[in-house]
Write a protein that binds this ligand. Structure first.
Ligand code: ADP
Ligand code: TYD
Length: 209
């Protein structure tokens, strides 16, 4: 008998939310939590996560472009990320954590920019017909909280410079996706302290682990 065993496929967890919601703050915490259960973790991000994807990210975050170009480049970066990082990681048994995935394209390109949702569904069906996150943590805050956090901390990129109405549409689309896919989404109230939010994450993940 062949003694080489195929590893149990890892879990795919995505982090979503409007800019300034606090998702990046919690990725390190979730990484350590999962590692403490003896799992290997691959933490990555979109757009980006591969050398080509990071070059696309630079263009996407700083160049003005047609909204369809923007959507296509997001999915081009994603295609590469799936091929180079996500699928090999999951197949090797690692838990793959991604700072954003396709829900962000629905929220930003479709909700925020107004690109027909059917276009997004077509791209999703093309680029990852059989892959969806096992768990999506949606960090949710009202717009004024997100704006305050952004203004306090950094130089704003192309998306972060958008007006409130844009983020209101992004947030609404995120919440619509969460309602559409309740089995994989957890909406995390990110207005609370970092410690209180981490307690919610711990409870959500320990059930999952
Ligand atoms: P995102 O990745 O969602 O854009 P970040 O994680 O970078 O947001 O958070 C934006 C800013 O808000 C950071 O300076 C971070 O320290 C701060 N922040 C995040 N979560 C909280 C929180 N629960 N309470 C107060 N400040 C927070
Ligand atoms: P973000 O992930 O928030 O990184 P940082 O925390 O370093 O600013 O930045 C990526 C930006 O790209 C964010 O504003 C959302 C946007 N985005 C889309 O518009 N569509 C997508 O499909 C993805 C993955 C991101």
């Amino acid at each position: 008998m062949n003694s080489v065993q195929t590893p149990v496929r890892g879990k795919f967890i995505t982090f979503e939310g409007i800019d300034g919601a606090g998702k990046s703050t919690h990725i390190g915490f979730v990484t350590e939590l999962i590692k403490s259960h003896g799992k290997t973790v691959v933490a990555s991000r979109e757009p980006g996560g591969t050398p080509l994807g990071e070059r696309l990210r630079d263009l996407l975050l700083h160049e003005t472009m047609h909204l369809e170009t923007e959507a296509l480049l997001m999915f081009a970066s994603r295609r590469e990320h799936i091929a180079q990082v996500i699928e090999p990681g999951l197949a090797s048994g690692a838990w793959v954590l991604s700072d954003r995935f396709s829900d962000a394209s629905f929220a930003y390109q479709s909700g925020g920019r107004g690109l027909d949702r059917a276009r997004m569904e077509a791209l999703e069906a093309w680029v990852h017909p059989h892959l969806q996150p096992d768990l999506t943590l949606l960090f949710d805050v009202p717009l004024d909280v997100a704006r305050e956090r952004l203004d306090a901390t950094r130089t704003l990129d192309k998306f972060e410079q958008e007006q409130g109405a844009f983020f209101a549409r992004c947030r609404a689309e995120y919440l619509r996706r969460a309602a559409q896919f309740p089995d994989r989404f957890i909406v995390v109230d990110s207005t609370r302290s970092i410690e209180a939010t981490q307690q919610t994450l711990r409870e959500a993940l320990e059930k999952f682990l």
